[in-house]
Design a protein around this ligand. Structure first.
Ligand SMILES: *Cc1c(COP(=O)(O)O)cnc(C)c1O
Length: 474
């Protein structure tokens, strides 16, 4: 027991030091492909090794190969952060090593998940009739919702499958900005990529509801069966918001499952002035919000809310004899998805919600949005730079475009793309910050996401300086 205490104590001290000094690391790892693997032996050791030796190799081999997601100048993809209370809870969950699959395999894991999902649902302004379930990611929660959407069609697919039967072709409706996990889900569920219909968007990258209506009508007349409409609140590329309040009545009219993917931006609804971002989702069948994205909870923790949890049970429940239990009226989470053993993820969300408090969360989300709006103003005011998309949350898409480049011509566009790619590579190689990119109307855009709990206005100002410096040198 002594050595075990010692191992955990070493890890606790290490975590404390890391979080205090995370700014000193290059944000993006400087390792080249294969470099980490080359430092590791070909096989696992035959004999036990001292814990200190393992930790030393963790420092020597692993740490240089880490891209620091917890660094306050991580502005790529979606900036996230694991707060200390969440990290501590994650360590406690590992110590308990619960498999939260049946109520009796840890009543607290099941009941805490029920309560914490209710808390989060209320913070988001969701009606209490929604039931929240934690999955590892929005991708898996989204897949689970798609599977339930398919089951809700009552085509007997759960029992008889789809092959060799006289079934209508099923279709899923998205936009070109919908996250790729929906298409992967359609692949896995036998829907086929050809039946993932991309509904055209308006000029602000949001689904055009009239186009959705038209696509559903045309497909219904052609004999297709609509299975699911996916609306995104905060698209991954530009954080555009599909108009859920206009999409919902259309989905209802055609009797189609509506899934709302609010993995990143849903968190904003906790702030009263952003509550409206989830307007209309009370009419959806399922909604995903990721606490591991913009709610300060360590990866992984994604909340799926469904209006009818029975539909998930109908889709996935399969109880072998050895998992039968005498309790009645309790939730067994293994019935709500593919997984049997499930991590005790509610614990870290409970710790984070309590330790920050709703007020603390609101304050931080407001600050991130304000920083992004300020950055967007600097960019818009700077000659040679331009903002490329609306920026309702904490993500800004932009590019450097000196006056001599005309992106309306093919050669000008290619030159602008190459220039901005060079700028991105230069700033990322500096180790001082990390940004990523997207394409907007075919043009390369730098994309800065603000969402780390430690990011200050000095960080954003410094990042803007580094970007301008790289543009001068490019
Ligand atoms: C990040 C993101 C996802 C994927 O989230 P995971 O939890 O990593 O699967 C899905 N949809 C949107 C809109 C996202 O921003």
């Amino acid at each position: 027991m002594d050595t075990f205490d010692n191992e955990c104590a070493i890890a606790a001290r290490w975590i404390e030091r890391y979080l205090a000094n995370v700014r000193e690391y290059p944000v993006l790892s400087k390792m080249r492909p294969g470099e980490v693997a080359a430092l590791l032996p070909e096989s696992a050791p035959e004999s036990p090794e001292p814990f200190e030796a393992i930790v030393a190799d963790f420092e020597r081999i692993v740490m240089p190969g880490i891209t620091h997601w917890n660094h306050p100048r991580f502005f790529a993809y979606f900036a996230t952060s694991a707060t200390p209370a969440g990290i501590a809870a994650e360590a406690l969950a590992a110590a308990l090593d619960v498999k939260a699959m049946l109520w009796r395999t840890s009543p607290a894991a099941t009941e805490l998940e029920e309560v914490v999902m209710r808390w989060l649902g209320r913070l988001l302004g969701l009606p209490d009739r929604f039931t929240g379930i934690i999955y590892d990611t929005a991708s898996v929660g989204g897949f689970t919702a798609l599977a339930a959407a398919r089951e809700s069609l009552d085509l007997g697919i759960r029992e008889a499958g789809m092959a060799g039967r006289d079934l209508p072709v099923l279709r899923v409706y998205v936009t070109e900005h919908t996250h790729s996990h929906i298409e992967k889900g359609a692949i896995a569920l036998g829907i086929g990529r050809d039946n993932v219909v991309r509904v055209p968007c308006d000029s602000e990258f949001a689904m055009d509801p009239e186009e959705l209506d038209r696509a559903l009508a045309v497909d219904a007349a052609a004999g297709y069966k609509a299975m699911c409409v996916v609306a995104t609140v905060g698209t991954t590329s530009t954080t555009a918001r599909d108009p859920v309040q206009r999409i919902a009545p259309i989905a209802e009219r055609y009797g189609v499952w509506l899934h709302v993917d609010a993995a990143y931006a849903g968190a904003a609804a906790i702030v009263p002035e952003f509550r409206a971002v989830l307007d209309g989702v009370e009419r959806a069948d399922s909604i995903v919000v990721n606490p591991h994205k913009w709610l300060f909870t360590p990866m992984d923790c994604s909340a799926l809310y469904v209006r009818d949890p029975e539909m998930l049970r109908r889709t996935f429940s399969l109880v072998p004899e050895y998992l039968r239990t005498p309790e009645h009226g309790v939730r067994n989470y293994m019935d709500y998805g593919l997984q049997l053993g499930r991590r005790f993820r509610a614990l870290k969300l409970w710790f984070v919600l309590r330790h920050l408090g709703a007020e603390g969360i609101r304050e931080r989300l407001r600050a991130h949005v304000a920083l992004a709006q300020e950055l967007a103003r600097w960019i818009a005011d700077e000659p040679g730079w331009e903002v490329l998309a609306p920026h309702p949350f904490s993500v800004v898409c932009f590019r450097y475009r000196p006056p001599e480049l005309d992106p309306a011509t093919a050669s000008g566009l290619a030159a602008a793309d190459a220039l901005n790619e060079r700028i991105m590579e230069t700033v990322n190689a500096s180790g001082e910050m990390f940004v990523s990119h997207t394409k907007i109307n075919g043009a390369f855009a730098l994309r800065m996401a603000i969402g780390n709990v430690q990011t200050t206005s000095d960080d954003v100002r410094a990042a803007w300086g580094i970007l301008r410096e790289a543009a001068r040198a490019a």
